[in-house]
Every structure is written in structure tokens, then in C-alpha cells.
Design a protein around this ligand. Structure first.
Ligand SMILES: Nc1ncnc2c1ncn2[C@@H]1O[C@H](COP(=O)(O)OP(=O)(O)OP(=O)(O)O)[C@@H](O)[C@H]1O
Ligand SMILES: [Mg+2]
Length: 279
């Protein structure tokens, strides 16, 4: 077996079941989408994979594997040593995830050090910042998070995420806070990296349009459960769950919808009759 495998994961927080029998698989080199409304359990699924569950969370059933290594089992609510070259994550709010009182270069160097780099840390850091598309990386390394734009903070988070060349990168809403043009740049950058190091990627979003263009398979999450998993094309052409159908309707009614190639097939199949009527 290879990649990230989540099997029958059930997690509760207090009396509430927040994840219900979640199954998910991310193979090396592939991009898998996870979409769902706010509070459906997307981030908790990601955090469980990194052993970063809230202290009040309890794993009731299921397991998480990275390749053949079991990294989370019932009763074992926090894993250790999974991060590093195994799984890395780009967090939902980059500015909040960065340390406000340390220059970003120091923060990237810390990750490099944790992953075994001992020499020429500044040089490696600058190369990494350049590789995620930051101009004048030597200067950027000396800046504090509040001196950077949202897009630059996101690129710093990506640099930290890929510093260990992880087998699996989880990107939790990596573009939600960004302008549309910056969003596309960031997603292109992640695609390039995935191809370059054969990394598997779990792309989390509440927006089906974000994953539709990038992911082969996508799972749809509702109230802690995966209600449907399929190729993006199949989800859009023939959604099997009413919640997915609602996401597809949102997609087809968006003003920018005709810019997406998958949109045409949804309209062709009659899923988007209102859009067709609108011309
Ligand atoms: N630390 C916590 N303590 C208590 N409940 C929590 C905690 N973290 C998450 N939850 C609850 O677990 C559920 C799933 O939350 P999660 O953050 O995974 O949602 P999400 O799908 O990522 O939402 P969003 O799209 O808003 O990021 C929610 O009901 C949330 O309130
Ligand atoms: Mg979330």
C-alpha cells in the first residue's frame, strides 16, 4: 500500500460525533478533493492525519495509514512523528498559522532544521522561497508576517509545507482568502510541485469549482460523513446526493461558470438548465 489511507474514521468531541466513518485515500502524485459546507469536518479529517486533533477529541473507531505505517488508531488521539517527510499541511489561515514575532525566513529555517538540514540554512530557505514564486526572496526572508500580503503569507506556508518534500501535502482552503488571480497562481504552483516530487495532495475547499479543475477524485462531506466520492466530472454530470447536486447548482449559477471546461459538460447533461436558459 502507498499514500494516505483513512479507513472508517469516527471521532467525537464531547458528546458530538464530528467524524462518522470517514474513508479517504490519496495516492502518490494524485490530487484528491474534499469539499463540504462549513463545519462538516474537513479540517478535522486533515488534523487527524497530522496528529493535531484538539485535546478534547476522541478517536472512536477506524485508522489512518501512511503507506504501511499505522499513524492513528482508536484510543490514540494524538500521533507523534508523522510530520516531516510523511505528511505536511498548509493551514486554513496562513497569517494566523505564522508566528507574528519571528521573521518568516527564521520560520522556514526552523522547518528545514526539523527535517534534518544542518548547513546553509539561509541559502536553502531563500531557494525554497524562490521556488514558491516569491520575488526578492533574500529580502522577504527578513520580513515579519504583518509586512506581507495574504498571497505572500500563503506562499510562505507552502514553502514550509514542502520543505520536507512530503509524500502527502494537505492543503486546507489554500486560496480562500485570496484574489482570484492569486488563487490560480497558488493552485498552479501546487500542481507543479505535485508533479515535480510525485507528492499526493488532499485539496480541501468548500467550493466545488476550486477542486473541479485540479482533482481526479473528490469526496463530498456533510455533517461529519463522506456522502459521495467520485471523479469531479461524474459528480458534476450526475451528482448522486442532493447535497452534491446543490454544490453543482452553485457552480453552474456562478457568474464565472462558463470559464470552466467542466461546466460545459454539466450544461450539456442538463444539470444546469437555468444556466443554459440564461445563455
Ligand atoms: N477544537 C474544537 N472543539 C470543539 N469542536 C470543534 C473543534 N474543532 C472543530 N470542532 C467542531 O467539529 C466540526 C467540524 O469542524 P471542522 O473545523 O473540521 O469543519 P470544516 O469542514 O473544516 O469547516 P470550515 O469549512 O468552516 O473550515 C464543527 O462542528 C466544529 O465546530
Ligand atoms: Mg476547515
Amino acid at each position: 500500500m502507498s499514500g494516505l489511507i483513512i479507513e472508517g474514521l469516527c471521532i467525537s468531541i464531547g458528546e458530538r460525533d464530528v467524524l462518522r466513518a470517514v474513508d479517504l485515500r490519496v495516492e502518490p502524485g494524485t490530487c484528491v478533493g474534499l469539499v463540504g459546507e462549513s463545519g462538516s469536518g474537513k479540517s478535522l479529517t486533515a488534523l487527524a492525519s497530522l496528529g493535531l486533533l484538539p485535546r478534547t477529541a476522541r478517536v472512536k473507531a477506524g485508522r489512518i495509514l501512511l503507506g504501511d505505517d499505522e499513524i492513528l488508531t482508536p484510543g490514540q488521539d494524538r500521533t507523534a512523528g508523522v510530520r516531516g517527510s510523511g505528511i505536511a499541511m498548509i493551514f486554513q489561515s496562513p497569517r494566523a498559522a505564522l508566528n507574528p514575532v519571528l521573521p518568516v525566513g527564521h520560520q522556514v529555517e526552523r522547518v528545514l532544521r526539523r527535517n534534518g538540514h544542518r548547513h546553509h540554512l539561509r541559502r536553502s530557505c531563500v531557494e525554497l522561497l524562490r521556488s514558491v514564486g516569491l520575488l526578492e526572496p533574500e529580502q522577504v526572508a527578513g520580513l515579519y508576517p504583518h509586512e506581507l500580503s495574504g498571497g505572500m503569507c500563503q506562499r510562505i506556508m507552502i514553502a514550509m509545507g514542502i520543505a520536507s518534500e512530503p509524500q502527502i501535502l494537505i492543503a486546507d482552503e489554500p486560496t480562500t482568502a485570496l484574489d482570484v488571480t492569486v488563487q490560480a497562481d497558488i493552485l498552479d504552483l501546487l500542481d507543479d510541485l505535485r508533479n515535480r516530487i510525485n507528492m499526493g495532495m488532499l485539496l480541501i475547499s468548500h467550493d466545488l469549482s476550486v477542486v473541479a479543475e485540479r482533482c481526479q477524485m473528490t469526496s463530498v462531506m456533510l455533517k461529519g460523513a463522506i456522502v459521495e466520492s467520485n471523479t469531479c466530472r461524474a459528480l458534476i454530470d450526475s451528482p448522486g446526493h442532493p447535497f452534491t447536486a446543490g454544490l453543482v447548482r452553485d457552480l453552474t449559477q456562478s457568474p464565472a461558470a462558463d470559464e470552466w471546461p467542466v461546466q460545459a459538460s454539466a450544461a450539456d447533461s442538463g444539470q444546469a438548465s437555468s444556466q443554459e436558459a440564461a445563455g
